[in-house]
Design a protein around this ligand. Structure first.
Ligand SMILES: [Zn+2]
Length: 186
């Protein structure tokens, strides 16, 4: 049984509003991940941008919602579709701090977003190049443009590693604290 995570020791980033590059949007996804940690969730965040404007921002709420589908990307896709009034999100770019899992990779393909930029590759569960690549299914009629790793990668990786290390050490220190389920495979 995993212990509750320790308090988040990392500050949020304050990117310049003037340069709306991948680093800018990933910084906002990172800040969502910080919010996730502060809420006791695995620190993964996502934002969706269209024409340089943010149309969605979300983080994991798997624990608090008790919902295995409540990953950052899923929530952000739902927000973006609601904002647009259309499930087709062509032209949108999704920035997410970790490579999407099988569920989220599938949803990203189904929503027809133009591009996905993720910070930390995930060789265990990542389905956009890490463990496997759903984007390469031979008969699919939509392909994502991919930026796989490299944008704020060290920061996002450090955040995830520190979270899991802290939770492990908390678990070893003793059973105090409220019980919470094991880490979801985000
Ligand atoms: Zn996911």
């Amino acid at each position: 049984m995993a212990a509750p995570p320790p308090p988040c020791p990392f500050p949020k980033l304050h990117p310049s509003q003037l340069v709306r590059d991948d680093g800018f949007f990933m910084s906002l996804a990172y800040n969502q991940a910080i919010d996730a940690w502060r809420a006791g969730e695995v620190p993964i965040g996502a934002v969706i941008a269209v024409d340089g404007e943010i149309v969605a921002a979300a983080h994991n709420v798997v624990e608090s919602n008790r919902d295995p589908t409540a990953h950052a990307e899923m929530l952000a896709l739902t927000q973006a579709a609601a904002a647009r009034g259309d499930w087709r999100l062509d032209g949108a770019t999704v920035f997410v701090t970790k490579e999407p899992c099988p569920m989220c990779s599938g949803a990203l393909l189904m929503s027809r977003v133009r591009r996905v930029c993720y910070a930390v590759p995930d060789p265990k569960m990542g389905c956009l190049g890490g463990a496997t690549d759903l984007n390469q299914l031979p008969r699919m009629n939509h392909r994502l443009e991919l930026t796989a790793g490299g944008v704020l990668e060290p920061e996002c990786r450090t955040l995830l590693q520190a979270f899991f290390r802290g939770r492990r050490e908390g678990a070893e220190a003793g059973p105090e604290g409220s019980p919470c389920p094991a880490a979801p495979g985000t």
